[in-house]
Design a protein around this ligand. Structure first.
Ligand SMILES: Cc1ncc(COP(=O)(O)O)c(C=O)c1O
Ligand SMILES: N[C@@H](CCOP(=O)(O)O)C(=O)O
Length: 472
């Protein structure tokens, strides 16, 4: 049966899978979520043990897609998407200690976990647009990895232009170059004089500017897009199955910024995967750790760290969790988001906080701890962590988790994306894999714009092929 999608703010059309995917942000400013959670039975989960990643992906994703895409077409897209990964397991597990595992999510083309969802999303969106004979204009915000993964996945696609906003000077050189060295005409890398939170706010403002959104046929590739989160739920299944699920529980520790990745773990749990604890690991930009501690979600300034992709204060997907935590009452979500817009904060009701604490723990790791962790894990386990993964590894070291339950630390990026920080912490300078070996000498193309949504809208309007074709 087809699942329908509703907005967390309750005032946008109820949509099917393809429309929700193409919509990105709901028209009321909320995020689409499934109206009900499809589940897999214990036997259905058990039957996936030992199956290839693509088969697990199909079993997890198909119930959310319903009849929007014929099953053989979906299967082919999934197989093609993960065929581009450099590891046969797609997302392999590496044991680094007693009951401690690292889930390597960085074997896709841009060396970050974003590839897992983005390689599939590009195929899903292309298919949906081709079915309708339409084009779209993607606007996205990045703190480093979403942009590169989106550009790689959508480059050269005739139905889509992609405009990515990054905070100028605040992503690593490798991350910047993955966005600026792609010559395809449908790719536009834009640096704004602001933070990731500013970039994300501009993207949401463009979606909430309905005349602009409709004229450009805007689409989103950030985790505001439900399909992104859905594709990320798959690796929780793959990892847990490899460690004995559904016959035993697994805990996950997730380096967190925009709350998409750890929310995907929550989705897997809602579907029936026996996950124990979901641990939110933040760097010193610790809004989520503070929220779980105090019940108050309060935005403060962003501090630059060695894990730049997690230098985020406004965690978009927290709104999806909030929706469930307040009993799916959209008026409560609207009130919280209005308060966030007006005063930069909202307070969780005691029941909502208790519901969140029932599933999640949260803690932060400071810069010194992250550096020490990279050095210690290399020394003790012979394993080189990237800085984001190290945040989660450090949090896992101190979390009150059951030692008898396997702990999986999500490794969201390859260390070679952050060579300076990793070298400073470990003495080892990680090398880029062969397909990116000449990245640092490729010519760059980057547009710099002020931190101003009107200037960004003007640039997108001037360059989007949707409008040029309409005018021709
Ligand atoms: C390497 C890396 N780790 C962790 C995160 C945080 O993930 P999320 O934003 O889904 O919480 C990001 C950014 O999304 C990232 O690029
Ligand atoms: N950390 C991300 C920020 C955007 O997150 P998303 O999951 O909502 O796309 C990045 O690296 O760009």
């Amino acid at each position: 049966m087809a699942v329908a999608y509703v907005s967390t703010r309750g005032d946008a059309p109820r949509l099917g899978f393809a429309d929700a995917m193409l919509a990105g942000l709901a028209r009321d400013g909320g995020l689409y979520v499934p109206e009900t959670w499809p589940t897999l039975s214990r036997d259905e989960i058990a039957a996936l043990a030992g199956r290839p990643y693509a088969e697990i992906a199909e079993a997890v994703i198909a119930p959310f897609v319903g009849d929007a895409i014929p099953a053989p077409t979906l299967r082919a897209m999934i197989q093609e998407a993960y065929g581009s990964f450099r590891h046969p397991a797609t997302t392999p597990l590496v044991q680094t200690g007693p009951n401690r595992f690292v889930l390597e999510l960085f074997h896709g083309p841009t060396l970050a976990f974003k590839d897992v969802a983005m390689q599939l999303l590009a195929r899903l969106m292309d298919y949906a647009l081709a079915e309708r004979g339409q084009r779209a204009t993607i606007v996205g915000a990045t703190s480093g990895d979403t942009g590169g993964a989106a550009i790689e996945a959508f480059r050269g696609r005739s139905r889509l232009d992609v405009f990515i906003l990054m905070p100028d000077g605040k992503v690593s050189e490798v991350q910047r170059r993955q966005m600026t060295t792609v010559p395809d005409v449908n790719v536009h890398a834009i640096a704004i004089d602001g933070s990731f939170d500013d970039a994300q706010a501009h993207v949401k403002a463009m979606f909430n500017h309905h005349a602009f959104r409709d004229r450009l046929a805007l689409a989103g590739v950030n985790s505001i897009n439900w399909a992104r989160v859905l594709a990320q739920a798959v690796y929780y299944f793959a990892a847990a199955l490899a460690l004995g699920a559904p016959h035993r529980k697994v805990d996950f520790v997730v380096p967190t910024g925009n709350f998409g990745d750890v929310f995907a773990g929550y989705v897997a749990k809602r579907m029936g995967l026996p996950i124990g604890r979901l641990v939110i690991a933040t760097n010193v930009n610790d809004i989520l750790a503070r929220t779980l501690e105090t019940g108050r979600y309060e935005v403060t300034g962003v501090t630059a760290t060695t894990s730049p992709s997690m230098d985020i204060q406004v965690s978009s997907n927290f709104e999806r969790l909030l929706f469930d935590a307040v009993g799916r009452d959209p008026s409560k979500v609207r009130a919280a988001m209005a308060s966030l817009g007006q005063s930069g904060a909202f307070t969780l009701e005691p029941d909502a906080l208790a519901a969140i604490r029932a599933e999640f723990d949260a803690a932060r790791a400071d810069e010194a701890t992250v550096g020490r962790t990279i050095g210690a894990v290399l020394k003790d386990a012979g394993y080189l962590l990237d800085t984001h993964t190290a945040v989660a590894y450090a949090v896992a070291d101190h979390a009150a988790l059951d030692p008898a339950t396997p702990t999986v630390v999500l490794s969201t990026a390859h260390p070679a994306k952050f060579p300076d920080a990793v070298q400073a912490a470990s003495g080892v300078r990680p090398a880029l894999p062969p397909h990116l070996a000449d990245l640092l000498t490729r010519p760059e193309r980057l547009k710099r714009l002020p931190n101003d949504v009107a200037a960004i809208e003007a640039y997108v309007s001037d360059h989007a092929r949707v409008l040029r074709d309409a005018a021709a």
